[in-house]
Ligand binder design. Structure first.
Ligand code: ADP
Ligand code: MG
Length: 293
């Protein structure tokens, strides 16, 4: 990992042209980082991390979301299933500020009204989003992708100027190990398999230490083995962040939700059913609209 270390220190010089050093950002950098850089802590003292109530979105009169209500608990890994056109991606667009809801409540914790925040502000508040297609820097090595992802978080990077070397290296190595790409650290991202690229992109999101991760069909188009490896990765993130995963692959959903996890079924812009995977699979309306007989 010697290369990583020296390059990270070069970056430190780039990032701090004015030579600013944040005082007090010392030995507790890695452990207390979230507190250092997150000016607006998410208030989850009285309830869920994500709260949607009666959300409506129409596109030229077509109602993509109809009175959608849903909430995600802190630390929860929620799977969302439902037929194409159910509004799952639109829901993520509303949460991340890409699409504006016409009415309803969309809150991160108790205090952050996401309808009043723009996309970059929402991302900085701690919501990371993974789109279906992996978007990695193909011409760069794997570890550099992680480094670049960290660099785009300006406040994190600023807070790290003093100790960038050690802390950045530790952070990159930790994420490499989490996404199980240590052995591919020096390969170009473009050479990775589709499933490895998906894991790398999740690693890039993790570099920003999100509180809530939104993943839209992350298992689409990857092999069965890679799908289970992805499930293993997401399961390992429990406790580190809350997650919402939209997916069609039922084995993947089963691997994520287990016997007790809550699964949300969406259809025609609202919640059709909610319960364990077993419960929703036996729900007549779910069978009718999604699973088929
Ligand atoms: P899902 O992700 O569940 O498959 P989407 O949220 O992508 O569903 O789409 C829900 C419905 O809203 C679809 O009928 C889709 O065609 C429509 N829709 C989504 N985005 C737009 C848009 N920007 N303009 C017009 N219609 C849209
Ligand atoms: Mg979709």
């Amino acid at each position: 990992m010697e290369n990583i270390k020296s390059s990270a220190s070069n970056l430190a010089v780039d990032a701090a042209p004015n030579g600013d050093v944040i005082s007090g950002a010392g030995s507790h950098l890695t452990s207390g980082l979230g507190h250092l850089v997150r000016a607006n802590e998410i208030d989850v003292s009285h309830g869920p991390i994500l709260y949607l109530e009666d959300v409506n979105v129409s596109f030229d009169g077509f109602k993509a979301l109809k009175s959608l209500s849903l909430s995600i608990d802190v630390g929860e890994l929620r799977c969302v299933i439902g037929p194409n056109g159910a509004g799952k991606t639109t829901m993520m667009d509303v949460i991340t500020g890409k699409t504006r809801a016409q009415s309803g409540k969309v809150f991160l914790g108790q205090t952050m009204d996401l309808r009043r925040m723009d996309e970059p502000t929402i991302a900085r508040a701690g919501i990371g989003r993974k789109f279906q297609k992996p978007t990695v820097f193909e011409q760069h090595p794997v570890w550099e992708n992680l480094e670049l992802a960290m660099k785009s978080d300006k406040r994190w990077f600023a807070a790290l100027r003093a100790k960038l070397d050690a802390a950045a290296q530790a952070r990159i190595e930790e994420v490499l190990s989490t996404i199980r790409l240590e052995d591919s650290a020096y390969r170009l991202a473009g050479e990775l398999s589709h499933g490895q690229k998906q894991r790398l992109e999740i690693g890039m999101l993790l570099m920003q230490q999100p509180q809530l991760l939104l993943l839209d069909e992350p298992a689409a188009g990857i092999t069965d083995d890679e799908t289970m490896e992805l499930a293993r990765l997401l399961n390992s993130l429990r406790g580190r962040c809350s997650m919402m995963v939209v997916e069609h692959d039922m084995d993947f959903v089963a691997a994520l939700s287990g016997e007790k996890g809550k699964v949300t079924v969406m259809a025609e812009g609202s919640v059709l059913a909610e319960g364990t995977l077993d419960q929703v699979k036996r729900d007549e309306r779910v069978i009718e609209s999604y699973l088929g007989r």
